[in-house]
Design a protein around this ligand. Structure first.
Ligand SMILES: *Cc1c(COP(=O)(O)O)cnc(C)c1O
Length: 328
């Protein structure tokens, strides 16, 4: 049984929209998209023309970055779009479900609600440091065959913990031909845990989400990446907007992925690690903080008695506060 059998039959049966740039490559004299032949302003990047739906050079740089062939890469408007596409492709409204492990990223739930999919939650217990309840996840999958997507986050937002590779392996055994396993690695660069990207080759149901928003300091770009076997990528390409990435974004993303920037990224990660330690040391001196969970991402989780008041206080003083060290 292939991955297609997990997707919504409507999506599999649909003839995808064939945009002009898909039907003929964007070179030579272009007449098939009713564009203006000349731009009104010079830059950036050929504004009068529709962009490439999946820009070849960008795909190639991302493929190299994640060490996968290009047919396993889809560039999206942030991971948010990847989450939305997956939910739309695999969940039939009113019938199928997603599984999530809250507290986690809020967009899984939003995407499921928008699509009319059921949300099954295996909650993390605050009494146990919000540790993932592995047994409950497996049990829930067995009890609920309508689960089409399971969203796991590593490191998780907001708890900062990573998925145990042995559990991931077990889950991939459990879900073969049955459920898509989405591993959201938005914060992977901050952690010393190895990425699950290299498991994609042997697991057709595994999808890894990456983004330029966090460790590439480019949240404003809206550039996310879905990594999976070509069957999954092809299904997502059926429903993605015809031209998801604006030309100026593509140009900037290409610059971001030039070799020299990787060094800058290393310096940024180092600086953030230093500032995180500084923050943790400061937090440990505050008596009203009941618990600190440092996690492996670029944030920390704290427990206080009056969370709303602390939040309001921090929001009000953030602009006038001393600030953290900018340099070492
Ligand atoms: C911030 C974040 C993302 C990134 O979303 P983008 O749309 O790529 O900006 C994805 N997943 C999680 C868990 C996040 O916290």
């Amino acid at each position: 049984m292939g991955i297609e059998s997990l997707a919504r039959p409507d999506i599999v049966a649909m003839t995808p929209y064939s945009s002009a740039r898909k039907e003929a490559p964007g070179v030579g004299i272009l007449l098939n998209a009713n564009e203006a032949p000349w731009p009104l302003i010079e830059e950036p990047g050929c504004l009068n023309r529709y962009p490439d739906p999946q820009p070849a050079q960008l795909l190639s740089r991302l493929a190299r970055l994640y060490a996968l062939p290009e047919d396993r890469v889809l560039v999206t408007r942030g991971s948010d779009e990847g989450i939305d596409l997956l939910t739309r492709v695999f969940c039939r409204a009113g019938q199928d479900a997603i599984l999530q492990c809250p507290p986690n990223f809020g967009m899984y739930q939003i995407a499921a609600r928008t699509q009319g999919a059921q949300i099954i939650s295996v909650n993390r217990d605050p009494q146990k440091d919000f540790e993932l309840d592995q047994q409950a996840v497996v049990q829930s999958l067995r009890d609920n065959p309508q689960i089409k997507l399971i969203f796991l986050t590593s490191p998780n937002n907001p708890t900062g913990d990573v998925i145990d590779p042995r559990f991931l392996e077990r889950l991939l055994q459990e879900t073969r031909n049955q459920t898509i396993v989405v591993l959201d690695e938005a914060y992977a660069e901050f952690s010393d845990q190895a990425s699950a990207v290299n498991l994609i080759n042997e697991n057709a149901q595994l999808v890894v989400l990456r983004t330029l928003s966090k460790a590439w300091a480019s949240a404003g770009l809206r550039c996310g990446v879905v990594l999976a076997q070509p069957e999954v990528i092809d299904l997502l390409r059926r429903v993605i907007a015809p031209y998801p990435l604006p030309s100026p974004v593509v140009e900037l993303a290409l610059r971001m992925l030039e070799p020299g920037v990787l060094e800058k990224q290393q310096a940024l990660l180092e600086r953030l690690r230093f500032n995180k330690q500084y923050l943790l040391d400061a937090l440990r001196k505050l008596s009203f903080i009941r618990k600190i969970i440092p996690g492996q991402a670029n944030f920390v989780l704290i427990k206080v008695d009056h969370a709303d008041e602390v939040l309001t206080y921090c929001a009000g003083t953030a602009s006038s506060s001393v600030g953290f060290h900018q340099t070492r």
